[in-house]
Design a protein. Sequence first.
Length: 225
Amino acid sequence: MKKIFSRNRRITRLKYSIIASKPFLAFIYWFVRIYSATLRVTVENERCWLDYLDRGGRVILSGWHQQFFIAVRKFRKYRKYHPSVMVSRSEDGTVAAGVARRTGWQVVRGCSLEGGREALEEVILRLQEYGLAAHVVDGPLGPAGIVKKGVIIIAQSADAVIVPVWAEADSAWHVNSWDRFMIPKPFARLTLRFGDMIPAPVTDREEEIETRRRTLETILRPALK
């Protein structure tokens, strides 16, 4: 048993070393970017929150784990704002973090399962300083379709508006995972929509936070397929 356990640990370490390697992460990043270039993308309602950001406001973009793939190419446009995003410390998170960094985003590692409090505080500080952040509202392990209150706490602490963001593709694959991760098929028509800005709670009262959480969830849930 000890030999089997030791061998499994070596395999796990080798697998992680490959996943975390710069060549592998660079390959994933460029593959996603080139693949995404085949998509015919329409963007709706972006100008409103960008104008608010340019006037000195703070914005936290909020969407589902399922639709991270779609953000890689488009979100590179926002790198001039030094935006930040919280990513879990899992193997999947390592890939997502490597891709996000190459897109020009500042990655904060941590989630509700590990290092969540410290990561949350760092995202708040970065959002206060630079004005833009993104948050995966149901990560890292769901359940899918349920907005966790972390995004509301970030918005309230940084005095930021919450902007829902979701995507719709006319043709896509869905991975057999907890979130049914979406990969649009080559040359699919994709619509990236930004919802209206949701103001942060005025106080940290639980009922006010819950009201904002439910509002965001109601807006985003129809986008899940």
